[in-house]
Design a protein around this ligand. Sequence first.
Ligand SMILES: Nc1nc2c(ncn2[C@@H]2O[C@H](COP(=O)(O)OP(=O)(O)OP(=O)(O)O)[C@@H](O)[C@H]2O)c(=O)[nH]1
Ligand SMILES: [Mg+2]
Length: 290
Amino acid sequence: MKSGFVAVVGRPNVGKSTFVNQAVGTKVAITSPRPQTTRNTIRGVVHGDDTQLVLVDSPGLHKPNTALGERLNRLVYGTLAESDAALFVIDATGPIGPGDRLIAERLKESGVATVVAVNKTDIGDKDETGSQLAEAGEWDFAAYVPVSALTGDNVSVVVDELVTLMPDGPAYFPPDMVTDQPEQVVIAELVREKYLARLREELPHSLTVLVDDIEERPNDITYIGARVIVERDSQKGIVIGHGGEMLKTVGQEARTEIEALLGTSVFLDLRVKVEKDWQDQPLLLDRLGF
Ligand SMILES: Nc1nc2c(ncn2[C@@H]2O[C@H](COP(=O)(O)OP(=O)(O)OP(=O)(O)O)[C@@H](O)[C@H]2O)c(=O)[nH]1
Ligand SMILES: [Mg+2]
């Protein structure tokens, strides 16, 4: 069969995770309008007729200004070195910028066969999409496809292009497996997604979620204990909300999705904890799995 690993790269917020979810057909990676939503490499598997694409979603590449940012960038370039192909996602709604050019250069240097997806065509201006395709065309990559990861338009075209770049290989994942993430990570990410949708500006980057406990209880109830971790005492109040409102709403929204995922009722026990400057503490980053 044709199979292999595809590094999905691009600037923050261009729609990498949305693309992976659409191609896989299941939400394996959370998405949000905020940059730096994805913090880990996440594998999403596209099963085809005698083909298997393992899409490796990764954090958006940006100028690092914290230890976390540096780790994320290293993670992405490490992923690239182990890939059979790359999918470079750029955003049709804005001009190609220095960030895109830098990534294009790195991709060229790496020698990894690359497909370019110009994403968000559903909201991008036709002319702008056209001029972006022309400009990106000068990089001379394997293929260029305008897509909408959100609506699914042309996503299968990108998948087909990537499949042609795959070597002969084994099935890396069994047919029923769509991601490599353990259940507690998927659950923690769903909670974080609900917060990302609600919080403004800097706070999203200061927030992380850790699931400590998943227990099956009688009457088909799953107990889940999780910590919402922020950096400063002042952020604790925001995350909890007036009269506990924020914590409650986020908890309810996350619970609904987790119940659908697990197929049981869920008791979600969320606690808020302050870990000072967790983004700059190597030991804590290790514990949080970065
Ligand atoms: N209209 C439109 N919006 C999109 C499309 N693809 C992604 N988005 C939106 O763009 C935002 C960012 O999408 P993500 O998939 O989280 O982007 P990302 O590249 O994974 O971002 P990071 O993980 O932060 O690097 C979200 O609000 C998505 O809903 C698209 O094709 N059309
Ligand atoms: Mg992402």
